[in-house]
Ligand binder design. Sequence first.
Ligand code: ATP
Ligand code: MG
Length: 140
Amino acid sequence: MTKNNFTLTLIKPYAVEHGYVGHILARINEAGFRISAMKYTQLSREQAEAFYEVHRNEGFFGRLIEFMTKGPLVVALLEKENAVGSYRRLIGATDPDKAEDGTLRKLFGASVELNAVHGSDSDENARREAAFFFSRLEIF
Ligand code: ATP
Ligand code: MG
């Protein structure tokens, strides 16, 4: 995979629990992303804390870790030209109330905390997050 053609998404436990996985994957495919890796897993507290390390000092960190470890989630690598920016547009703002109509967080999120999906925020973080979840043998 070349430099800026992939991003990592999490379909968060909240969205899995509410039965949104199929709807979200359909929209990802319709938007032209190719799924190059995917798994269904549950994060340990340690893994969630490492993934969201940058937010360790935020007041919401404890709730964020609880929310992300609550149940299984879907992790996928998505391939497309300018994948990070393109996917951030598809998912919309973190807070569903501020997200544009038709975006994944507007359609499937409940609040800024209970949002439906994650998308990498830079090419560097996409690479870091891909390595966090997948080995070379799991990327197609
Ligand atoms: P994500 O990293 O999950 O894709 P994001 O990049 O849009 O979301 P970040 O600023 O990285 O937003 O925040 C990570 C997560 O922390 C958010 O998805 C949300 O669950 C939680 N969060 C962020 N800001 C707040 C807040 N002000 N209050 C409560 N929770 C928050
Ligand atoms: Mg983020």
